[in-house]
Write a new protein. Sequence first.
Length: 481
Amino acid sequence: MILVSVSKEETRTAIVQDGELIGFELERPAHSHLVGNIYSGRIQNVLPGMQAAFVDIGFQKNAFLYIGDGMPPDVMKAFPTQTRIHVGQVLPVQVVKDAIGMKGPRVTTHLSIPGRNVVLMPTAKYIGLSRRVSDDAERKRLKDIAEDVCPENMGLIIRTAAENQPREALENEVRYLERLWDSIQAKQKRASAPALLYRDAELLIRLVRDQAAEDIDKIIIDDEEAAHRVSDLLEIISPQTREKLFVHKEEKPLFEEYGIEEQLKQLSSRIVELRSGGFLVFDHTEALTVIDVNTGKFVGSDNRLGNTVYDTNIEAAHEIMRQIFLRDIGGIIIVDFIDMEKESQKEELLQLLRDLSADDKKKTNIVGITALGLVEITRKKTRENMESLLYADCPCCDGSGKILSAETIAVNICHDVRRIEKHSHAPFGYEIDLNHVTMELLRNSYVLEQFSKELSIDIVLHKKDDLYPGKYLITRRSSDS
């Protein structure tokens, strides 16, 4: 079941299976998804040593282009090194990775235009086929059709949705995408770089285009105008799915009605509890995510420790892959499963992770178990993860999750006052402005009391709640009152 909540501020989509959230995406106008957009870009800087360049695509940060990215070897060899790319050159590029942190978007010259059943690749002669189409006869049929209908000097990727589709449907879609490419080229000739040539579909349309299939039992949308747009799209790409489209008109918000809001709250939690009583702990850096598996209160159903550990790890594996998909975690992922003695159990765990990752839309690789017994996973990262979109670093702790202890704050105040006293003595002492939380921690501070006696000066604490906890402001007192 697909649930879609639409408002002026944001669009949220949820994929639900047996009441459990298995997919979630969010899109806001201020953080629109750049991946898939095609721009007429202008080369700003070439880095020969890295075989890379920075391209102005009209975004606030220049995009990074690896020059050989997506270029067929025969194309690369055909051009002398010095003429392949140069400053000021204008060329069409496509965003493959959103700006993340301090880095700008990443782009490629290997362009692709997605449809429901096929993806057209105007700059690469290549026929690809989704690995999820498993029937050999169907794979051969689709490949034969692709070779017949593929435009000259272009490539095609046959998507999973094309399985069992008639030749006519695939051919019509290829012709439509070819006309779209012609319009993109015409726009590039008219436009002055940098310029947007093609914008990938909005979240709602992408979801229906990529996810609407016969195994979806319902699509529920809480906005009538959005539902009409989806209905029109389904009429073209999947007419049989239109009868599964419903508009939510109940007073209770859609996501609350189906218990999604409560499940979404868990996506921000560092600790995720397992049904057995075990739990997972998530810690993030920009490039690396570490997940720790703990048995917690789970004691197992028999007296064998090995079985308890194995059962916990198997349950954890299912929840870990679900959380990776929901949180859209990318980059390097290290999982510290509970140690297992049997090699057969380790291999079964790895195979389960491989099976679970097969349904991922992004490229996910279960690398294996390291020498230290940690499972290493890599997952393609194309945009800021869900946590970055929903949350900002705490101004109190700067994102660390911790503030200074009372003793440390007291010691720091002593250091600062000593520095001030070296330059000029304050005869009436000092007033320390503090948040009420910090003030309560320091009210009976032995460190400050001893320091006050040592220098024979008064230290007066004053509540000032516009300061963050852990912060303080030192001022000289003008009198002893």
